[in-house]
Design a protein around this ligand. Structure first.
Ligand code: GLN
Length: 489
């Protein structure tokens, strides 16, 4: 087995027992990338030099007795919408092609001070708008389980890299499902924290009231480790949660006994692939057999969450993306006047999905429509938050599939935005509510494609969410890895 296939916990043990160095780990993931990148295109940038230096320094420190904790010396992949000092940050957009930020996002500086080795920046849908990573201006990422299929999105590059071993772990951002849905389609764990637990400082904003950074990992324990390394209050983010990060480890192995599990009626039925529904039903049976209490719950507002999201997210995006004007960052296409320069820059710099979102958002915020669209969506969001809070008086966690389908073929939904948007029907409610949610792989369908189960919890309910996720993981026993052509065994 290659070092590239270790979990973070296993790699940490090898580093500390002297069986492997951080440079060995880095070389293993880079070697893996050299086999897989031509086909998968997980990375937009691999920082050979910077990563090497970080790994050498991690090794020197460990040898000298300085241990920065569980990510010390671990090679990680970061989505290319995190600002990284000295390393390009493009958001997969022509408008930011070649843009090098002068500062690190808080998440990045916390990872660096935890001794992590940043391998590079991963591909995404442009400005994180999409569910397949096909909206990247630099070409799609492919799914390591079947390169004819998408890895999901928008954090498809990080999810595929973690699945295939071109990083031991990674981070993405989730606005409507962009961590959990690709995790599900790539057979890895993906976690979106309670809104505010991870700083958004230095994350290029898509929809600020929804955006959250979170980890992608090979197992639940690694996801927790990655989360702990970056979580906690940050004065540089005004929406950062000022209280303590919940304690999540003590009950991690406590099992499902006594946990009240709400099975969401609205997230099932028509449109859900039979293999997905079956995998979930089987897992629920096993949890119930081991003492979990299953409760059918109905959250009627979930039916409207997708519409609500597609008013709020584009509205916020249209405001956030106003800063890309050809003056301050990246691309500039000249014109006779300043207005013409800005219009040309934006028309050439943004791809079609980003332009669609800006138009939708501008429309729903415009005078005469504001209250009917944006205002109404916000009232609905409040209703959804209340509905979730109420249901949690009766149940500890909610479960659903993470995605109604397994990975679909490249091109299958690119001509039909609505079909693409439906991919996030299960993940969007937790973003609107700001509540934590995780996707755990539970099996493969008849085509050998991964299926994910989503566990949601109330705000700051990470402890019970992780406990249930761990119980699911233990019962699923999912250890399969993609057997990609060209992958050395
Ligand atoms: N797929 C959703 C969208 O296109 C969610 C994206 C995300 O979470 N960043 O908006």
């Amino acid at each position: 087995m290659s070092l590239a296939d270790l979990t973070i916990a296993e790699a940490g043990k090898q580093l500390r027992s002297g069986q492997a160095t951080s440079v060995d780990l880095l070389e293993a993931v880079i070697e893996r990338a050299s086999f897989t990148e031509a086909q998968l295109h997980c990375y937009l940038t691999i920082d050979h030099e910077g990563a090497r230096k970080a790994a050498e320094s991690a090794d020197r420190e460990l040898a000298a007795g300085t241990d920065r904790g569980p990510l010390h010396g671990i090679p990680l992949a970061l989505k290319d919408n995190f600002c990284t000092r000295g390393m390009t940050t493009t958001c997969s957009s022509q408008i930011l092609a070649g843009y090098v930020p002068p500062y690190d996002a808080t998440v990045v500086s916390r990872l660096r001070s935890g001794g992590a080795v940043i391998v590079g920046k991963t591909n995404l849908d442009e400005f994180a708008m999409g569910s397949s990573t096909e909206n990247s201006a630099f070409g799609p990422t492919r799914n390591p389980w079947d390169p004819e299929r998408v890895p999901g999105g928008s954090s498809g590059g990080s999810a595929a890299a973690v699945a295939v071993g071109s990083a031991l772990g990674g981070f993405g951002s989730d606005t409507g499902g962009s961590i959990r849905q690709p995790a599900s389609l790539c057979g890895v764990v993906g976690f979106k924290p309670t809104y505010g637990l991870v700083s958004r400082y230095g994350l290029v904003a898509f929809a600020s009231s929804l955006d959250q950074i979170g980890p992608l990992a090979r197992n639940v324990g690694d996801a927790l480790t990655l989360f702990e390394a970056v979580a906690g209050h940050d004065p540089l983010d005004s929406t950062s949660y000022p209280g303590p990060v919940p304690e999540m480890r003590s009950d991690l192995e406590a099992g499902p006994k006594g946990i009240r599990v709400g099975v969401v009626t609205e997230l099932s039925g028509e449109g859900y692939e039979p293999a997905v529904s079956t995998a979930m039903a089987e897992m629920l049976n096993r949890l119930a057999a081991d003492g979990a209490e299953l409760v059918e719950v109905s959250l009627p507002t979930f039916e409207l969450a997708l519409s609500c999201y597609y008013l709020i997210a584009p509205a916020e995006a249209s405001a956030n993306l106003a800063r890309f004007d050809g003056v301050r960052y990246g691309l500039r296409v000249d014109g006779e006047t300043v207005e013409e320069m800005m219009a040309r820059t934006r028309a050439e710099g943004f791809g079609p999905e980003v332009i669609r979102r800006i138009l939708l958002g501008t429309y729903s915020l415009s005078a005469g429509y504001y209250d009917a669209f944006y205002g109404q969506a916000n009232r609905l969001r409040t209703k959804l938050i209340r509905e979730i809070a109420e249901v949690h008086e009766r149940v500890d966690v909610l479960v659903s599939p993470t995605s109604p389908t397994v990975a679909f073929e490249l091109g299958a939904k690119t001509q039909d935005p609505l079909a693409m948007y439906l991919s996030d029907v299960c993940t969007i409610p937790a973003d609107l509510a700001g509540t934590p949610a995780i996707s755990v792989p539970v099996g493969l369908d008849h085509q050998g494609l991964p299926i994910g189960l989503q566990v949601m919890a109330p705000a700051l309910g990470e402890a019970v969410m992780f406990r249930m996720a761990r119980a699911v993981e233990e019962r699923a026993g999912f250890t399969a890895r993609p057997a990609m052509a060209g992958l050395p065994t």
